[in-house]
Design a protein around this ligand. Structure first.
Ligand SMILES: *[C@@H]1O[C@H](CO)[C@@H](O)[C@H](O)[C@H]1NC(C)=O
Ligand SMILES: *[C@@H]1O[C@H](CO)[C@@H](O)[C@H](O)[C@H]1NC(C)=O
Ligand SMILES: *[C@@H]1O[C@H](CO)[C@@H](O)[C@H](O)[C@H]1NC(C)=O
Ligand SMILES: *[C@@H]1O[C@H](CO)[C@@H](O)[C@H](O)[C@H]1NC(C)=O
Ligand SMILES: *[C@@H]1O[C@H](CO)[C@@H](O)[C@H](O)[C@H]1NC(C)=O
Ligand SMILES: *[C@@H]1O[C@H](CO)[C@@H](O)[C@H](O)[C@H]1NC(C)=O
Ligand SMILES: *[C@@H]1O[C@H](CO)[C@@H](O)[C@H](O)[C@H]1NC(C)=O
Length: 481
């Protein structure tokens, strides 16, 4: 009897200790900190780590899809009417983007590399072949007219050439030509006078099997927050296209990797050389991709807002003070002087003027928003879609009769959707990390649970010990009556 109660009392003490231990572990967050410390140590760009391998050669298939806008009323546009377009696509390419010429520097705190991108057409994921014809704005002609409008002799020659050759404001070319380049007769003719001009034009001319220059990344060895952050691009640590230092900053990663331990209230910065600028994404929602929980980040409308809504963006008005409105970016200086304007597809979250300016625009969040779904603990991308529209700025150009009646419009040419979903092998690996982290994080709660169960058993035993047998017997009839 004495031995039995001694046993019961130690059980009570033990359950109390378990409760105290469990609760103090929960409060001290030792276990989550332990997991974070392990992750911080693993997610570094160092030869041999999984993070380095995934950065060097992304395992998940990346697809680049193009949706063109086919112009249906070219003659009416020349007469000053609103352009009408039909979206045609997708034309899908598999994108390979390994890091090459990888070179560690500064004791492994930095790594230099070029990001070579190769595009392979996927006929079975496309609407038609690359030989499909698209009628769109004649960008070389627009560029040349704008560039030489104040040069009387050349301007006359250009106008005469365009009249005689039948070239105009619009051109009909194949998908392959528009993307990867074609020899333009006007540019070729001009080359006689301006040998420095390239006579080939394409929206992604020279982008296949090539790179956009050397990057130097931070490896994250010093601080996990710096993982894969762009330190410099082509030897420069900032840009020079924009008119404020803030807008010229190169912020964050290249958008293909993110640091681990991402919280809901932080901003994910990234630099995109296609967009010629840095931007950020903020937390929007919880998501689940292939069974793995993650956070959805997306650039808020503020990022592309006009300078009255977001004064930080004043520096994106070029030339200084010449602001176009929300949702569009004049990237002319970053695209060899071509009158190119970047926006979200269908001017999603852009000024209503742009949407109304072209018949056929139908912006919606689902298809046109840029999203990045990350696994917050490891920073691994579960799913992402970068969406961007390339437009031409079409306006009346004095000295060219051809454009005399044209209304000023930001004219959509094509939009792209560059997307990726985590591959099954990586998802499986990540899944086991998620499970392990869950188990470890729940150890204190398991202790508390055990403490509660033992405490319950202890109390039960205590009650049974103190309640005399007779009371139990007396109560019996009460229950039945
Ligand atoms: C990584 O290590 C492997 C084998 O040790 C070596 O062949 C390779 O060159 C290293 N890579 C870099 C970028 O240093
Ligand atoms: C498309 O074709 C490629 C081979 O060219 C194949 O690997 C891929 O699985 C196909 N995709 C679909 C959706 O059929
Ligand atoms: C685009 O429009 C042109 C001119 O109307 C037409 O010839 C062409 O077939 C259209 N392209 C597609 C892919 O429908
Ligand atoms: C890109 O380059 C690769 C290799 O040089 C080639 O196989 C592929 O067809 C090219 N893609 C395009 C769209 O030209
Ligand atoms: C770059 O980051 C700084 C804060 O670190 C911010 O003030 C600036 O606006 C950012 N620039 C761009 C272009 O995102
Ligand atoms: C875009 O920027 C270029 C270069 O600064 C400038 O010449 C052009 O007029 C700008 N376009 C618009 C529509 O403001
Ligand atoms: C900036 O955008 C806001 C909201 O879309 C609009 O009300 C305002 O007129 C715009 N300002 C300029 C200068 O375009």
């Amino acid at each position: 009897m004495l031995l039995k109660s001694c046993c019961v009392y130690s059980m009570g003490v033990f359950s109390l200790l378990l409760l105290i231990l469990g609760i103090s572990l929960v409060l001290s967050t030792v276990f989550p900190h332990f997991i974070q410390a392990v992750v911080k140590k693993e997610v570094v760009l160092k030869n041999g780590t999984d993070a380095f391998e995934a950065w060097r050669d992304p395992p998940a298939p990346i697809y680049m899809q193009f949706y063109f806008f086919n112009v249906t009323n070219p003659l009416e546009v020349l007469d000053g009417e609103r352009p009408a377009v039909v979206e045609i696509g997708p034309y899908t390419y598999r994108e390979y983007r390994p890091m090459e010429e990888v070179n560690f520097q500064d004791n492994g705190t930095k790594v230099a590399a070029v990001n070579t991108k190769t595009y392979i057409f996927q006929r079975n994921m496309s609407r038609g072949p690359e030989s499909d014809l698209i009628r769109t704005v004649n960008v070389p002609a627009m560029t040349v007219m704008k560039r030489f409008k104040d040069h009387p002799i050349l301007a006359n020659l250009i106008a005469a050439y365009m009249r005689s050759s039948g070239e105009g404001l619009f051109t009909t070319r194949t998908v392959g030509e528009l993307l990867w380049g074609y020899e333009d007769a006007l540019l070729k003719a001009l080359k006689v006078f301006r040998p420095e001009l390239d006579d080939v034009f394409g929206l992604f001319y020279k982008s296949n099997a090539s790179n956009d220059g050397q990057y130097v990344f931070s490896t994250g060895a010093q601080s996990y927050k710096d993982f894969a952050r762009v330190e410099s691009w082509n030897g420069e640590s900032s840009l020079n296209w924009w008119t404020s230092d803030q807008c010229n900053m190169i912020n964050g990663t290249n958008g293909a990797s993110f640091h681990p331990i991402i919280s809901k209230n932080e901003l994910l910065y990234m630099f995109s050389s296609d967009m010629c600028r840095s931007l950020y994404a903020e937390y929007e929602d919880d998501v689940t991709v292939k069974g793995i929980p993650g956070y959805r980040f997306s650039p808020p409308s503020k990022v592309f807002a006009n300078h009255t809504v977001n004064p930080d963006n004043a520096g994106f008005c070029v030339p200084a003070g010449n602001c176009l409105g929300s949702g569009v970016l004049n990237v002319s200086t970053c695209k060899q002087g071509a009158p190119i304007i970047m926006s979200s597809p269908h001017f999603y979250e852009g000024d209503e003027n742009f949407v109304q300016g072209v018949f056929g625009m139908n912006p919606n969040k689902e298809e046109h928003q840029t999203v990045i779904d990350v696994h917050p603990l490891t920073g691994i991308i579960l799913q992402a879609a970068k969406r961007l529209q390339i437009n031409a700025f079409v306006e009346k150009i004095p000295t060219f009769n051809l454009t005399a009646n044209v209304k000023t419009v930001v004219f959509p040419i094509v939009y792209l959707n560059e997307s990726v979903v985590i591959d099954d092998a990586s998802a499986k690996k990540l899944q086991s990390v998620v499970v392990m982290a869950n188990v470890v994080e729940n150890v204190p709660f398991m202790l508390i649970g055990l403490g509660i169960i033992l405490g319950g058993v202890f109390m039960l035993l205590m009650c049974r010990q103190t309640v005399p047998e007779s009371t139990v017997a007396e109560r019996q009839p009460l229950l039945t009556s």
